[in-house]
Design a protein around this ligand. Sequence first.
Ligand code: ZN
Length: 263
Amino acid sequence: MCLLDQIPSWTLNESPQYRITCYISYSPCHDCAENLAAFLRENSRVQLRICASRIYKVGEYKTGLCTLQKAGAQVTIMTPKGQHGTHGVQKMCQVRPLMDKEIFRENFHQDRWPHETYLCYEVERLEGDSWITVEELKGFLRNEPKINQFLPANNVDPGRHAELCLLDQIPSWTLNESLQYRITCYISWSPCHDCAENLAAFLRENSHVQLRISASCIYTRGMYGTGLHTLQKAGAQVTIMTPEGQHGTHGVQVGWERPVGSC
Ligand SMILES: [Zn+2]
């Protein structure tokens, strides 16, 4: 509550997007969670990540945390493993944030034209002949609008695309180069030319990583198509989601039936 009291004094600009990350010794109680959730609903320009040393999930505490997550907050727990992470902070991974259903509907239904890009990912490790899910390496992210209040209002600011945000995260996963990994991404828009080139370069430099991208909408015209072919030449699978996948085991639209160019 003291944090919420402080925020008005920050005079956050209305136009850019902000993300507040809190490292807290105890997870929020029900009352605080409700207040934080109300704040997020009223301030769509602000995202909230909470990394707690201890998480209470009993009774009303759990209800409060669920309300907070539904309002878009990420709530995770600190783990000792992350002490060796590249950022010098304890890695957050045990309680995975879930995507809000409305955000999913808005961004992954093919009759919508969302302004932002969401990317869900999961990582598998090859053990013998089987791909085993790496539970702590599942999540989602979205593109980051560039925060630059000095740009004129009519200047389009591309920010950082979701695929590049994913590439930014991968070094912190400290993947073992002697093992084989497969990253599967479910993304609302297929990669642009620049992102496709960056992903392809990553694959060429990291032969221990395979990449599958399943996009809700795929652009194949002009430079977009060139980028996707570069990505495929680097070994990536790029496919479009199909409604048939709604009954998939992950509870999201997943499908590998149609190749690039069929939409
Ligand atoms: Zn891009």
